[in-house]
Design a protein around this ligand. Structure first.
Ligand SMILES: [Ca+2]
Ligand SMILES: [Ca+2]
Ligand SMILES: [Ca+2]
Length: 312
């Protein structure tokens, strides 16, 4: 009996020693040294590579071998990490609020795993080493292109072909090149003698005539590289200027008989120039009936301040 009793008491003592050793939290959790995450703006789930898993060599001992928390160190990081399964150590990183790519494209912060300590209450808990998390925010195509100017205006001289009459430009507020760059411009009117290239340069596709049309009004729209179209097209006005051919208009032949006194010469005549200011000036000169010498029927003329008129 005494041997049996001794054996039982020995076994009890041994098991007690084993039990007290096993309840001590010997190991700190282990995680990777760095993680790379991707989140799409306006969502809250971060896809982490590699996945967030903390291992603890105390497993499968309760508490000491379990993961209770992931802590994030980083002042402005709007992220939190939650434990999905304390036994397996799996965690998930997610945004605490909406992440806006247009405000911030990348985040870097520190993450650390905590085990559950030696028992309830988390006393003697251990922390893993600190791992760096780098997160990239993916863009969503939320913004449409907007033209820099409310309207555009340019002038061309008739009879000429231009490589670029003017350039229009639209911008887009999205944060990525794909969704913010302008990939295409288009003239929305049909049958115009104009074309536009990918950079917004408008050119004429045929020679224009001042006599046929003096003003063209066209509308231009734009697409970003994610195929989002401008909400409002922009008006573009193109004036056609006549080729500069100054000359007398309204000057028909006047017969003058010698000795018949004074006669008004070309009462409706005015100087046709390409410049409106110049034209007014010359009409004024004519109205003052200044002395005009007409040299043949050409446009060659001169003036002086005598009040009479003579022809040569
Ligand atoms: Ca542990
Ligand atoms: Ca866009
Ligand atoms: Ca966006």
């Amino acid at each position: 009996y005494s041997i049996v009793a001794l054996t039982i008491s020995f076994l009890l003592a041994t098991s007690h020693i084993l039990l007290s050793v096993s309840t001590v939290n010997k190991h700190k959790p282990w995680i990777e040294t760095s993680y790379h995450g991707v989140i799409t703006e306006n969502t809250d789930v971060v896809l982490l590579d590699p996945p967030l898993v903390a291992l603890d060599k105390d497993a499968p001992i309760p508490y000491a071998g379990e993961i209770c928390a992931f802590n994030i160190h980083g002042l402005e990081a709007p992220f939190e990490a939650v434990v999905l399964n304390g036994t397996s150590g799996e965690g998930q990183l997610r945004a605490r609020g909406l992440v806006d790519c247009e405000l911030q494209k990348e985040y870097t912060f520190i993450i650390q795993a905590h085990d559950c300590g030696s028992g309830p209450g988390g006393t003697e808990g251990k922390k893993s080493h600190k791992a760096v998390v780098h997160i990239q925010v993916n863009d969503v195509n939320e913004f449409a292109p907007v033209f820099r100017e409310p309207q555009y205006r340019a002038a061309v001289t008739e009879g000429k072909i231009y490589d670029s009459i003017l350039q229009v430009e639209a911008t887009d507020q999205d944060c990525s090149p794909q969704y913010s760059q302008i990939c295409n411009y288009q003239i929305t009117n049909t049958n115009t003698p104009f074309a536009i290239d990918r950079n917004g340069n408008i050119r004429n596709t045929e020679k224009l005539s001042y006599d046929r049309q003096q003003l063209y009004k066209i509308q231009v729209t734009a697409w970003d590289c994610g195929q989002k179209r401008a909400l409002h097209s922009v008006p573009v006005h193109i004036d056609v200027k006549p080729v500069c051919k100054p000359g007398w208009q309204g000057g028909k032949r006047v017969d003058y008989e010698p000795g018949t006194g004074s006669k008004q010469l070309f009462p409706k005549m005015q100087l046709e120039t390409c410049d409106i200011g110049q034209r007014e000036c010359c009409s004024w000169v004519l109205e003052k009936s200044m002395r005009i010498y007409l040299l043949t029927e050409s446009n060659y003329w001169s003036q002086n301040l005598d009040t009479g008129m003579s022809m040569s």
